[in-house]
Design a protein around this ligand. Structure first.
Ligand SMILES: [Zn+2]
Length: 411
């Protein structure tokens, strides 16, 4: 079969775009690299790398310059890095009791970050869209140019449909079927993609790309707050399910004789390991919130038997819920994130004991349970990663000409 000239041109353009994507992704995820590193990591030829880097530098996405001196003799070979101001995303987060916004540059550098308490009594979808747009607006004003914004990512404490940002359920906010994506688009008034996802899914993405799970392709995160969320990375890719609803580890049924859950079911994992259950078992008011949970943590550190027993019971139920997840997915790492990170030392023993009892031996030999590493900002960092995805998939679409150079004629 003969291939026409048009088709050949089309194919080489497809290859060029895929190669640019491979290079930008490497630089974004790994940081500065020499040309030789890029040859080794992408499998492209040296001359192809040279040409593609030239395009990225001219298009404002990369910078090439001397390597930082590392004390080894000889001339350091130049390194290529992303230009953190060449492409910027806005990351937003709606958490249980706070709102956050950040601007993050290509390569993952956080340029600006602010977190405020969730305004009391103002948690309608419109109130929150306007509050987030306000936070984002002051950050946009501080950027050298709005033209460098390539996307907006939003982490939401709720069950979110990725295609349009419809929030199916967010019990902490009292939301059911709220068109958050649509309202945010109107409030933000930007002409770049706005992508929304669940906070635990995004915490998993951030820990996989920039945290303790870096380089590990099969991970599970359990994200604890008032509710309990979950996020999964399978074969190196976030598992989203058909609409974005997967990973709701908090709503695994664990106790047939349990109490009603905010999702409408009974005996979900969340009803046994959420902060309300912890506070009840520790003899505190279940309505005490984060401050009360911090008190139970302090009491456990001081060795108070009732606090220690409450955490042990949390660990036992976590183990029961996670055993099923581990038997299905065979992950290498399970991360305890959000409010569960601080509980790790006190839930560990009973959790591991339950896994020993219930997980298939082959899978048990592989899995490790560890505290998450990126802290409270993990969902926000994941939202930034999500917002970069369109650019990482096709950077050619975002290359822009630099200011035309002025050539001075000499007389
Ligand atoms: Zn539930």
């Amino acid at each position: 079969m003969l291939i026409g000239r048009d088709e050949l041109g089309h194919r080489s353009e497809t290859v060029r775009r895929a190669n640019l994507s491979a290079i930008v992704r490497e630089l974004h995820e790994s940081g500065p690299l020499s040309r030789s590193d890029l040859v080794a990591r992408t499998g492209l030829t040296r001359s192809a790398i040279r040409g593609l880097i030239g395009e990225l530098v001219a298009g404002g996405l990369a910078i090439e310059g001397p390597a930082p001196l590392d004390g080894t003799p000889g001339r350091p070979s130049p390194v290529v890095r992303t230009d953190p101001h060449g492409a910027v995303v806005i990351a937003l987060e709606i958490a249980v009791d706070s709102l956050a916004a950040a601007t993050v540059g290509l390569g993952g550098r956080v340029i600006d970050l602010v977190r405020i308490d969730l305004p009391r009594g103002k948690s309608s979808v419109d109130d929150i869209a306007i509050a987030l747009a306000g936070l984002a607006s002051s950050m946009r004003d501080r950027l050298p140019s709005e033209d460098t914004i390539v996307g907006v990512g939003v982490a939401v404490v709720g069950v979110v449909r990725r295609s349009d940002g419809m929030v199916s359920l967010a019990p902490n906010l009292g939301w059911r079927d709220e068109p958050l994506g649509q309202r945010l688009a109107a409030a933000l008034d930007v002409d770049v993609p706005i992508i929304l996802a669940n906070e635990a899914d995004l915490a998993a993405l951030a820990e996989h790309r920039r945290g303790v799970a870096r380089g590990i392709d099969d991970i599970v995160i359990v994200w604890g707050s008032v509710g309990v969320g979950g996020g999964l990375v399978v074969d190196g890719e976030p598992l989203t399910g058909s609409a974005g609803y997967s990973g709701e580890i908090g709503h695994i049924p664990v106790n047939p004789d349990g109490i009603p859950c905010r999702c409408g079911s009974i005996g979900c994992l969340e009803t046994e390991v959420g902060s309300t259950a912890l506070l009840r078992r520790a003899g505190r008011s279940p309505e005490g919130g984060h401050d009360a949970v911090d008190e139970v943590l302090a009491a456990a550190e001081a060795g108070e038997p009732r606090a220690l027993a409450a955490f042990a019971e949390t660990g036992r139920w976590l183990g029961i819920g996670l055993a099923g997840v581990i038997n299905i997915l065979n992950p290498e790492l399970v991360l305890l994130g959000g409010r569960l990170t601080a509980s790790y030392p006190f839930v560990r023993a009973s959790l591991e004991a339950e896994l020993d009892r219930r997980v298939l031996r082959a899978a048990r030999g592989i899995v490790r349970v560890v505290p998450a590493s990126l802290g409270v900002d993990a969902p926000l960092r994941g939202a930034a990663e999500l917002a970069f995805e369109p650019l990482l998939s096709d950077p050619a679409a975002w290359l822009r000409p630099r200011q035309p150079m002025v050539v001075l004629a000499t007389a």
